[in-house]
Design a protein around this ligand. Structure first.
Ligand SMILES: [Cu+2]
Length: 152
């Protein structure tokens, strides 16, 4: 394929620009500031960003106050509150018949109890469906220790 005329060069430029713009529109992210899980004292603080490419999620975490050299769960939950433990609910994914996509969602801490990293998973739910949902930090035993609300 040889581009020999200036007309074709302009067309190629326009389609490249269109593909860059559509990529920008499909990559969306939500952010949560992590604090105490309702009914517990604050042990973990930090931030989580979730990038969405349709139903393909990249969860980026930067947490501190965890037990050193451990790993634990980090999941988006059904609830939309970090103030009432009764309203946080279980893991948020669809369809239910697919089983729990969030089983693989984990943070990993260093010797100082800090955890910085990311993981990818498919939850079956895209950007809009996740706005306002709680993201929960579990300790190594599975107990809920941190919570934040996903916001634009
Ligand atoms: Cu969870």
């Amino acid at each position: 394929m040889i581009i020999s005329t200036s007309g074709k060069t302009i067309l190629l430029g326009a389609s490249l620009l269109a593909s860059i713009l559509s990529f920008g529109a499909s990559a969306q992210s939500l952010h949560a500031k992590i604090g105490a899980y309702p009914g517990t004292k604050t042990t973990v603080t930090g931030a989580v960003t979730v990038n969405f490419d349709q139903q393909d999620l990249t969860v980026k975490y930067n947490l501190k106050g965890l037990n050193p050299v451990r790993n634990g769960g980090l999941h988006i939950h059904v609830g939309t509150s970090c103030k009432n433990a009764d309203k946080v609910g279980g893991h948020y994914f669809a369809p239910k018949s697919m089983g729990d996509y969030w089983k693989s969602g984990q943070w990993v801490s260093d010797t100082k109890g800090r955890a910085k990293g990311s993981f990818r998973l498919v939850s079956g739910l895209a950007y809009k469906a996740n706005i306002g949902h709680a993201i929960v930090v579990h300790n190594a035993s599975g107990a809920r220790i941190g919570c934040g609300i996903l916001e634009k």
